[in-house]
Design a protein around this ligand. Structure first.
Ligand SMILES: *[C@@H]1O[C@H](CO)[C@@H](O)[C@H](O)[C@H]1NC(C)=O
Length: 433
């Protein structure tokens, strides 16, 4: 009881304190205004950014003598009001964006809080259903010394310490163009192309696309130039490591991807790796119990197995944590030694458990919604044939299942952006080899 009374007293005090502050602020404002009007009747700014100078022009209206001039002023003011209300819409949009960011930040804080309560001190397990294990690992302390030049670029480009990153060389120029056009269209600013040759760097600069070209003598790039195929396919994971070391979360993106919404509004951010799936329905994307039948075993003929379609190593969100960096190192390390497909290695490292002679990676993982982060099999096999699913607007579309990537990307833009209902029809479900 006592506590509550104190609480309401405190509230009364803060309210009256706030009230008196508001009054003071108004008085100060009025005084300042009069002083300004006296000393600067023509405003502060002489060279004219259109809105500011005309707003001060209102003061002139009273002193101007000719009727004609004041009509002109009124028209100018009218057009100001027009442009101000445009500005207002813009501001409203910014406020919405900020609110969204705040929500996401709160969400992040919440994860961090839960995290701390798990890590902080030894615990008794709570009652049934209240216990949660670790999922959101703590982020590493940023280390700028790893790559000061990249650190500087990321300070400018990243939003809330996260960004989209794509590697590109001039072989994929045409796809890259659709990629960044779609990104710009939905208003994403935090993206960066890691340019692997001069031509692609110039192409990005010419198109106002943030680009980062590595120094030729930075260690890993000599691998890119001189190394064999395996070494090069490990390059992506090595470059990514620096982003994480600098403390950034990366949404790694291939360039055969069309963006239809801002993915950062659709992430959970609770796991080390959050990835799109190569799966095409609930079972294949999210995992299922696949029963293996061996009739000769009689009573025990059914053996249960766990299956899940692989994560797509061309589109995943990775948080800057130790397990994430360990994953990148393990994948890069294996790719430098064996002839293997990077996506297969990525999945094996993520999913295989520890066993005799092997320490598995203990990274937390989350599968993205396969309708929002859609692969091209889902689109061309299922979605385009289903009246309801056709109405759904994915966040991204990844043309990962088809080799004729460029025409399919264009068709996807036509269908989802320009509303051309039959744009997807000419394409076969699968590729014809
Ligand atoms: C797939 O899962 C979602 C969410 O769990 C559910 O709403 C939907 O009905 C499922 N679809 C099918 C075909 O089972």
């Amino acid at each position: 009881m006592a506590g509550r009374r104190d609480g309401s007293l405190m509230r009364d005090k803060t309210q009256s304190f706030r009230g008196s502050r508001i009054v003071t602020a108004i008085v100060v404002g009025v005084l300042l205004g009069s002083v300004c009007a006296f000393f600067f009747p023509h405003g502060f700014i002489s060279s004219d950014p259109p809105i500011q100078s005309r707003r001060f022009g209102k003061l002139d209206l009273q002193t101007s003598s000719s009727q004609c001039e004041s009509t002109e002023r009124i028209n100018m003011l009218r057009s100001d009001i027009g442009s101000l209300s445009d500005k207002n819409d813009e501001l409203k949009k910014q406020v919405q964006d900020l609110t969204e960011k705040l929500r996401l930040a709160e969400q992040g804080k919440d994860h961090a809080h839960k995290q701390f309560s798990v890590l902080g001190k030894p615990h008794k397990a709570g009652p049934l259903g209240t216990v949660k294990g670790l999922r959101t690992n703590p982020t590493v302390i940023p280390d700028e010394s790893v790559n000061p030049r990249l650190a500087k670029i990321l300070e400018d480009v990243a939003v809330q310490k996260e960004l989209i990153v794509a590697l590109a060389n001039s072989n994929v120029k045409a796809m890259l163009e659709i990629w960044f056009t779609s990104i710009k269209r939905v208003g994403i600013t935090n993206y960066l192309v890691v340019g692997l040759d001069d031509e692609i760097e110039e192409f990005c600069i010419a198109n106002d696309v943030p680009v980062y070209k590595r120094d030729p003598d930075e260690g890993i790039d000599s691998i890119a130039k001189t190394g064999g195929n395996h070494a090069v396919s490990g390059l992506k994971f090595r470059i990514l490591r620096e982003f994480l070391q600098l403390g950034y979360s990366v949404l790694l993106s291939d360039v055969d991807i069309v963006y239809l919404q801002n993915p950062f509004n659709h992430l959970y951010r609770d796991s080390d790796v959050e990835s799109m799936s190569d799966g095409h329905n609930n079972m294949t994307a999210y995992g299922f119990n696949d029963v293996f039948d061996e009739p000769s075993m009689g009573w025990a003929r059914y053996a249960h197995t766990m299956r899940i379609w692989v994560y797509n190593s061309g589109f995943f969100y990775i948080r800057p944590t130790l397990p994430s960096i360990e994953l990148l190192d393990r994948v890069a390390g294996r790719l430098s030694k064996e002839k293997a497909w990077d996506q297969a290695v990525f999945n094996e490292e993520l999913f295989f458990p520890s066993h005799p002679g092997y320490d598995g990676l203990h990274a937390s993982k989350r599968t993205m919604d396969f309708y929002l982060f859609m692969n091209s099999k889902v689109l061309f096999k299922t979605v385009r044939k289903d009246a309801n699913l056709k109405k759904l607007k994915p966040v991204i579309l990844h043309v990962n299942y088809h080799p004729d990537k460029l025409p399919r990307m264009k068709a996807i833009m036509e269908f989802y952006v320009n509303g051309k209902q039959d744009a997807l029809e000419p394409f076969p479900e699968g590729s014809q080899w």
